[in-house]
Design a binder for this molecule. Structure first.
Ligand SMILES: Cc1cc2nc3c(=O)[nH]c(=O)nc-3n(C[C@H](O)[C@H](O)[C@H](O)COP(=O)(O)OP(=O)(O)OC[C@H]3O[C@@H](n4cnc5c(N)ncnc54)[C@H](O)[C@@H]3O)c2cc1C
Length: 734
């Protein structure tokens, strides 16, 4: 509601046309702020119940979107700092709060010498509180009445109408952006605040500016998406070119990453969660780079039209840059994350609250693993070559006894009907324990529950649930990879049997009890996918030849030849020629969690990487290493937030396919970046493989790098996913 009402207000009172000119007029700026005060913006932050940081970030996004130069940050910080009584001088606090909330006081703020940017202030304060010097890069000074400058022990509050004050607009990125304020013996009032409060306020200010940059970058992005649907070149809309589609898909991924991390940081601040500072720094470390990249690429897609100053895009380009380089920029945010992870023994990534049920399940699974995944059992498992470490039949059966293999299945099929957040809790604990990665047959079970006959459900689901039966996926063929609909393996009805002929390739779970096989049942179907049906093929049926081949990650997949393989008529799953729907429905349920599963692997590996770096002081203290760790930490946080977001959406319905695709694309490539960083930071020893003398963490890092490619290529390549994001998520033409 806040977002909608503010957007409506700004459209009426601060329309896009003329916004740049108006932003230079103090009278217009003051009128704008008075109007926003009537909308309640000047009081946001005073009381988390009626509007905390969450609402403030929304307000800032809308102000960024509308290019509206409002003194929101100053008002917010006054409310956040003083409404809680943190200053110790209630009368003074009440006076300032009243000025701000009534709209009489319009507050600009400067972090002065506390700003990590050494050029931001050059200030002296005498014993009576009079200030002399220069403040630079001050936001929202035009039209402001009051200035707050942080000093080592609080705020110095001064009147901008004082004759010792000079405000000069600073031209930045080719336009008026900030102001430079010179102070000549200007009296000020001290408002005492602790060092930690001031540090928190600076962090909040940075987050608010990031939110404003997000609003601006997203607005320009939305404009360019619309433009790409209309602008025609070479006889077609430019939005049909794959280069443009994938660029815009990348931008959407970044914008969603920024959105979910800002939201979470603000929410954790309002809930006073211990890790809110970590979350805020992660949002900053990711968003400060990502938004500038989005701004650049938005300009690319506009071509020359967006390069004209009369267009809206340039103002958003500037905003996305100015608001992301202040207060220490990305370097400071990354260093804070690195300090969190590298300067404390046993530091781990912050653990998420997965709700009461999720948290309880975490504990339950941990306790179960302590008993069933003992050090001795794990050591024996780890000593095996990797290709034997994907699946442990006895462990799968043990898990089968817990019922957790049907964690998310409906009760009617013997499942526990648990939520996606509980599923994540389960997967996270399994990952952290380095338990065997393969169990169950989630996609095939989905297909059976959604499209199987009662007889099929009774026959196949219980053995999946008990951890006894694995099902492979027989989709890809030598000439049908991404273009799966072109597959040629045929199934022909002969009496009471289907007779299957053809070749499948790259089948991973070729050793499973059954194959979930896609075959053509109508050669003439148009479109081609309308002639495909799905089958359950027992792998001990005569006529099946399996030729395994080693994979780059030390696993195996197989070429499988089906020669006159006869299976009973009732083994078709779903309607004849209706296989495409069976296949996509079965995946749809899982898609939202695929990315999450990858992120959990990266998050756990990253904890191990940080442990390795902490153990080598020269590395731990190296500035470039710390910067890279801070960057990765932020990127992992984005992956984790996208994962939770998908899970929350799945809880309240289904995850839109483009969101699952965003999470999948992001996390596969995150895993690649993590693997590359680990090798680069730890050096040659990290490239030594399992069992090689001197290998770090038993070759985990290099193995994960090799494994990461699989996540980018399989389950729909990332290029195919990007096209899906562009077409389904952004509505660009096919
Ligand atoms: C480790 C691993 C395990 C696998 N396990 C299984 C399994 O168990 N069962 C199974 O059936 N399959 C499995 N696969 C196969 C997987 O599904 C395919 O690799 C995938 O669908 C891509 O097909 P392809 O390899 O033929 O690549 P291609 O489709 O030939 O693609 C090659 C390149 O061209 C790009 N490309 C193709 N079409 C387009 C397009 N329209 N627009 C833009 N770019 C495009 C792709 O993105 C890719 O970069 C596995 C693959 C791997 C790597």
């Amino acid at each position: 509601m806040l977002r909608d009402s503010l957007r409506g207000f700004l459209e009426a009172h601060w329309p896009g046309a003329g916004a740049v000119t108006r932003a230079r007029d103090p009278v217009a700026i003051v009128a704008l702020w008075r109007g926003l005060t009537d909308q309640g913006l000047a009081a946001l932050g005073a009381d988390a119940e009626t509007g905390g940081l969450r609402e403030l970030t929304i307000a800032m996004e809308e102000l960024g979107r509308g290019a509206a130069p409002a003194a929101q940050v100053g008002a917010a910080l006054v409310n956040l700092a003083l409404a809680s009584g943190a200053s110790g001088d209630d009368a003074l606090a009440a006076r300032l709060l009243d000025r701000v909330q009534s709209g009489r006081g319009i507050v600009a703020i400067s972090f002065g010498e506390l700003d990590p940017d050494a050029n931001a202030a050059d200030l002296a304060r005498d014993a009576d509180g009079a200030l002399d010097g220069t403040l630079r890069f001050v936001d929202a000074a035009l039209g402001a009445t009051d200035l707050l400058v942080t000093t080592p022990d609080g705020f110095a509050w001064l009147d901008l109408a004082d004759r010792g004050v000079t405000i000069t607009p600073s031209r930045a990125l080719g336009a008026d952006g900030w102001s430079e304020i010179t102070l000549r013996n200007v009296p000020s009032t001290s408002i005492a605040l602790s060092e930690s409060t001031l540090a928190d306020l600076a962090l909040v200010a940075a987050l608010l500016l990031l939110a404003r940059a997000h609003g601006a970058a997203r607005r320009a992005f939305e404009l360019v998406v619309d433009y790409a649907k209309e602008r025609r070149q070479f006889g077609q809309p430019i939005g049909r070119f794959q280069a443009i589609q994938h660029k815009l898909a990348n931008n959407l991924i970044s914008l969603e990453g920024v959105r979910v991390t800002i939201e979470y940081a603000a929410e954790s601040h309002d809930l006073d969660l211990a890790d809110w500072r970590y979350s805020a720094n992660a949002a900053l470390a990711f968003g400060r780079v990502a938004l500038r990249q989005v701004a650049l690429e938005t300009q690319h897609a506009f071509g020359a039209i967006g390069y004209a100053e009369e267009h809206e895009a340039p103002r958003h380009f500037r905003r996305a840059h100015l608001d992301t380089i202040v207060l220490g920029g990305v370097r400071v945010a990354r260093e804070r994350l690195a300090a969190h992870l590298l300067d404390r023994d046993d530091a781990l990534l912050p653990e998420y609250d997965l709700g009461a049920c999720g948290n309880a399940l975490r504990d339950e699974v941990r306790a179960w693993l302590t008993e069933h995944w003992t050090d001795a059992r794990k050591a024996a498992f780890d000593a095996q070559p990797f290709h034997d470490r994907e699946f442990d039949a006895s462990f799968a059966r043990d898990l089968g006894r817990t019922g957790w293999l049907g964690l998310n299945w409906p009760a009617e099929f013997g499942g526990q009907a648990r939520s996606p957040l509980e599923q994540l809790a389960f997967l996270e604990v399994m990952e952290r324990a380095d338990a065997p990665p393969r169990f169950g047959a989630a996609v095939q079970a989905n297909a059976l529950m959604m499209h199987g006959t009662p007889a099929q459900q009774q026959r196949y689901l219980p053995e999946i649930l008990r951890g006894e039966a694995m099902h492979g996926m027989g989709y890809s063929e030598p000439d049908s990879g991404s273009d799966l609909a072109s597959l040629r393996t045929s199934a022909v009805l002969d009496g009471d049997d289907w007779v299957i002929n053809g070749q499948k390739i790259w089948t991973t779970t070729y050793w499973g009890r059954y194959m979930f096989l896609a075959a053509r049942t109508d050669r003439d179907a148009k479109p081609a996918h309308a002639g495909i049906s799905m089958f359950i093929v027992p792998m001990d049926t005569p006529g099946i030849t399996v030729k395994p081949a080693g994979t780059m990650y030390d696993g195996h997949f197989a070429n499988i030849f089906y020669d006159d393989v006869r299976i009973p008529r009732e083994n078709i799953v779903g309607p004849l020629n209706g296989g495409w729907k069976v296949l996509t429905d079965a995946l749809a349920n899982e898609r939202g969690l695929v990315g999450g599963g990858i992120v959990l692997k990266v998050a756990h590996g990253f904890d191990v990487l940080c442990r390795e770096i902490r153990a080598t002081p020269a590395l731990r203290d190296d500035a470039l290493t710390r910067d890279r760790i801070g960057q990765l930490a932020a990127e992992i946080e984005v992956g984790r937030r996208l994962m939770i977001h998908c899970a929350e959406l799945a809880t309240s319905g289904t995850t839109p396919p483009e969101l699952g695709a965003i999470s999948k694309v992001y996390s596969g490539e995150l895993m690649e970046r993590y693997g590359e960083a680990a090798l680069e930071l730890l050096g040659a020893r990290a490239a030594l493989s399992q069992g090689a003398p001197g290998a770090i963490a038993n070759g985990r890092f290099e193995q994960q790098l090799r494994h990461s490619l699989m996540w980018v290529i399989s389950i729909g390549t990332n290029e195919i996913q990007r096209s899906l994001i562009a077409q389904r998520g952004l509505g660009l033409p096919r």
